[in-house]
Design a protein around this ligand. Structure first.
Ligand code: SDX
Length: 431
């Protein structure tokens, strides 16, 4: 079969350049531009990487036009409905859903690492109690490389696997510690008899002075939230993890870099920003005022939880979360949740507005997640830390995929230089 190619012509010189087209199993084909600079002496230009594939991957497929999200071919709706989060972790790391034996073995492997080194507790005491949870999470996860020296050698597959297990196993413990530290409660050690989701909820909300109980429906919703956040192709924080990993930084440092990137309100910080926005709107009578501001180019305000670089349809994760919100609110005995009513009304109005329709701006994963997390009792400041908890397996799986990819090398983009041309030096006395 003849190799498909694209031919570019420089209309100033008439010179033609030919580049091969690579085809995947699904989604857009790519033009192999690796020889572009060598062949043309020019760079491609794509700020924000709107048309750039940074790698090939088997983990996640997104069809933005159809609102499809799959992990190794399985629809996110099915995984969220039928799988425990550790099953989805196994799928992302191994490429297949586990059978019974594999599921039990993997749970044991994770359970071996749920506790953190005792000296990490003193690390927490270096932070102010009112530090943002993401500031602490970023610091503590990066510091794990100071404790676990037997999982830093990125050239050793066993050490990469051990680091992967440690990160997935310890993130709930660290996230729960972040919350406990902020409210001055004692840390609660993990209890490996519990499921991943319930273990996290118990470490977060139980107190030594009282018996522990939580509704299975809330545990199920927590599990679903982790599954929905697990991985999402080459988003900003995942690309940050890959770029950090391409320099052969240790896995804990790479995941800390991902946490830092996720913190931004344009990315994972949006779930926190959505709750703050809904609280600011306050009543549905003020929705038109905020819709107007979101459309005003001179106003930096954007409708948080709306729009997406890839989804030009309803984010399938938002749909699952919208339905799940009802269950959690009812289970938590929250009959009237004005924020939920406000969010539904905001969505209805926005999706009828030409500006949003024309730009295909739909609710994304962050639009409803905060309402559920608030109903569960989490403070708004914890929302992005919970996103990071769920996304850690995606970052780890993408990092592992990159580390095993023979094609990958250190990420080092170029630029279009628009600065000063060469000029003579001016001594201080003459400036
Ligand atoms: C996540 O990449 C991922 O997969 C991320 C994520 C994951 O799982 O990892 O899905 C998680 O980060 C979800 C997104 C959460 N962020 C927000 O909800 C913040 C609000 N959304 C926007 O900031 C924005 O939509 C982005 C950042 C999400 C996407 O930005 P793009 O792709 O760069 O789009 P753009 O800025 O070029 O917008 C296109 C147009 C512009 O208008 P015009 O210049 O064409 O007139 O749409 C407008 C934008 O002004 N627009 C919005 C808007 N989002 C885009 N206008 C008002 N409100 C918004 N929310």
């Amino acid at each position: 079969m003849t190799q498909r190619t694209v031919t570019l012509t420089d209309n100033a010189t008439g010179k033609e350049y030919e580049f091969p087209i690579m085809e995947g199993t699904e989604g857009p084909d790519v033009v192999d531009m690796r020889a572009f600079y060598k062949d043309t002496g020019m760079f491609t230009y794509d700020p924000g990487f709107t048309s750039t594939a940074s790698c090939d991957s088997t983990l996640t497929f997104i069809d933005g036009e159809k609102g499809i999200l799959r992990h190794h071919g399985y629809a996110i709706e099915d995984l969220a409905e039928h799988c425990s989060f550790p099953e989805v972790c196994f799928l992302l790391l191994r490429g297949e859903l586990p059978n019974h034996g594999q599921k039990e073995t993997f749970k044991d492997e994770i359970n071996n690492h749920t506790m953190v080194h005792d000296q990490i507790i003193s690390l927490f005491h270096g932070f102010r109690r009112d530090a943002h949870p993401m500031a602490i999470m970023c610091g503590v996860v990066g510091a794990l490389s100071a404790f676990y020296h037997d999982s830093l050698d990125i050239s050793d597959p066993d050490q990469r696997w051990r680091a992967s297990l440690r990160l997935i196993a310890k993130m709930p413990t660290i996230a729960a510690m972040v919350y406990k530290y902020s409210i001055g409660h004692p840390f609660v050690q993990p209890n490996n008899e519990l499921s991943y989701a319930e273990n996290f909820l118990r470490m977060t909300f139980s107190v030594p002075a009282a018996r522990w109980y939580i509704s299975p429906k809330v545990v199920r919703a927590m599990n679903k939230i982790f599954v929905l956040h697990a991985d999402h192709e080459q988003n900003a924080s995942t690309s940050t993890v890959r770029l950090a990993g391409s320099s052969q930084a240790n896995p804990f440092a790479c995941i800390a870099a991902g946490i830092a990137s996720l913190w931004g309100p344009a990315h994972g910080g949006a779930n926190e920003a959505v709750l703050r926005m809904l609280a600011e709107i306050g009543h549905k009578s003020r929705i038109p005022e905020f819709i107007k501001r979101a459309k005003d180019k001179d106003d930096p305000f954007r409708l948080m939880g709306f729009g997406h670089r890839v989804y030009k349809n309803y984010d399938p994760r938002a749909k699952v979360l919208r339905d799940s919100a009802r269950d959690v609110l009812t289970e938590m005995g929250v009959i009237e949740e004005p924020l939920m009513e406000l969010a539904l009304e905001l969505e209805r109005i926005a999706l009828e507005d030409e500006y949003f329709v024309e730009r295909k701006l739909f609710p994304n994963v962050d639009f409803y997640s905060g309402i559920i997390l608030k109903a569960m009792g989490f403070p708004t400041s914890m929302f992005t830390a919970l996103f990071a908890l769920g996304r850690t397996v995606g970052w780890v799986a993408q990092w592992n995929e990159m580390m095993s990819d023979k094609v990958q090398k250190i990420g080092r983009p170029r630029q279009l230089y628009i600065g000063q041309k060469s000029r003579d030096f001016v001594p201080l006395e003459k400036r």
